[in-house]
Write a protein that binds this ligand. Structure first.
Ligand code: V47
Ligand code: SF4
Length: 382
């Protein structure tokens, strides 16, 4: 079949067929040696086993409350210095406007991440969540990465648990997957020195899961990391998921070099993107969902990704900045009709979900949650 008679690939294929866990060595072999089509076919077995022919999307809106940031991650084109002309900070009025815009568009989720402003106190960030929640309580707030949560703990002299509990009281519903980059300390030192390390990243997610929050995970690839760093990253995520089961979806993020300190590096091409989607699907046997973030991949690669292991393409988005500041040429948002078309053209069945992966029933801007997705009879492992 697809393994070209390669004995090592055949052994891995057999494990996938038998729902056995792949080892780190299997992962490195797949990353470095497997051909794209074998990878895709293997990943598609797991993808269809877990999610059938469905492809999920959501109606969401992005809000980056400030781009002013004390850190200087070398891959980031979004951040601004305190006195930079590009710097901006949302007022309460601007927050309300953005939320009402989302509500008018029928959004079920608001995705909130931003910079760590030199002068903003903890209460300012808490207020961001509170204002959003009070303006529109039915919109789910997916907000803050561990980098932000640990910064809030630092500036408010509290524990991570206390910060998360206060954010939940204010309206926080779940956490996005950002800030993970690559967990390896040496790579981190070179691309995002000083910011929260992998131990902090895992501590925040573990605590969030203990408090009943669900969260996502990401990996930033295509810069200075190698296969062994990517596989180590995926194995560390798989370990925490074994422990807590609190992750919902994994999103591989392709490095966009424009306007960053690493602009000499070539942006990963579509083939690299598909390899990363497939590799994640195969290694993360205890994650239900793999997201092909269309904003980052472009619509055509996102469509292909739905056959290479991905079962989700994120949402309508609107007002995306992080990737567009770094040279993304995709639109800043798509309508629900366009998302449907994209998924159907790829041969999958579109299904709207909310942030917690419950089926959404919609009539225009009015929506309700119909219950958990029932797409497979499989247990969540493999
Ligand atoms: O942590 C920043 C990455 C992340 C660049 O959970 C870059 O549903 C590539 O986490 N090139 C934030 N990547 C975005 C994020 C996310 C996105 C979509 C959905 C979800 C989710 C989470 O973006 C950062 C960093 O890893 N990033 N700059 C860049 N130039
Ligand atoms: Fe700041 Fe986040 Fe950009 Fe790093 S990635 S510089 S923490 S905004």
């Amino acid at each position: 079949m697809f393994t070209n008679g390669d004995p090592q690939l055949l052994a891995i294929a057999e494990k996938v067929q038998n729902k056995e866990r792949l080892t780190a060595d299997d992962g490195i072999y797949l990353d470095e040696r497997a051909d794209l089509h074998s990878l895709g076919q293997l990943a598609n077995i797991v993808r269809e086993r877990k999610n059938g022919n469905f492809a999920y999307y959501n109606t969401n809106i992005h809000l980056n409350p400030t781009n002013v940031c004390v850190y200087r991650c070398r891959f980031c084109a979004f951040r601004a210095d305190l006195k930079d002309e590009r710097g901006y900070t949302f007022t309460d009025e601007m927050l309300r406007e953005r939320v009402l815009e989302g509500q008018a568009a029928g959004a079920t989720e608001i995705h909130v991440v931003g910079g760590l402003h030199h002068q903003k106190k903890y209460d300012w960030y808490l207020n961001v969540v509170r204002v959003i929640h009070e303006t529109c309580p039915e919109i789910h707030i997916k907000a803050w990465t561990p980098v932000e949560i640990s910064w809030f703990a630092f500036i408010s002299k509290q524990t991570i648990r206390q910060v998360l509990e206060q954010m939940m009281d204010a309206g926080l519903g779940s956490m996005p997957g950002g800030g993970a980059e690559i967990f390896d300390p040496e790579i981190r030192r070179q691309i995002c020195e000083h910011k929260a390390d992998s131990q902090v990243w895992f501590d925040v997610h573990r605590t969030a899961h203990e408090l009943g929050l669900r969260s996502n995970a990401t990996m930033l690839y295509g810069h200075i990391e190698e296969a062994r760093h990517r596989i180590d990253h995926l194995c560390q995520l798989r370990n925490l998921q074994d422990e807590t089961g609190g992750f919902q979806t994994f999103i591989p993020l392709a490095f966009h070099p424009e306007n960053t300190e690493l602009s000499h590096i070539r942006k990963p091409d579509g083939l690299f993107d598909l390899r990363m989607i497939a590799l994640s699907r195969l290694m993360l046997d205890n994650f239900d969902h793999i997201k092909a973030y269309w904003i980052m991949l472009g619509q055509q690669t996102a469509q292909l990704a739905l056959a290479w292991g991905a079962d989700d393409i994120d949402g309508t988005v609107v007002h995306e900045l992080i990737y567009h500041d770094a040279g993304a040429e995709t639109p800043e948002g798509m309508t629900v009709d366009q998302l449907h078309q994209l998924i159907q053209e790829a041969g999958r069945i579109p299904m709207e979900r909310d942030t917690l992966y419950r089926r959404v029933v919609r009539s225009g801007r009015n929506w309700s949650v119909a219950g958990p997705l029932q797409t497979t009879t499989e247990d969540s492992r493999h």
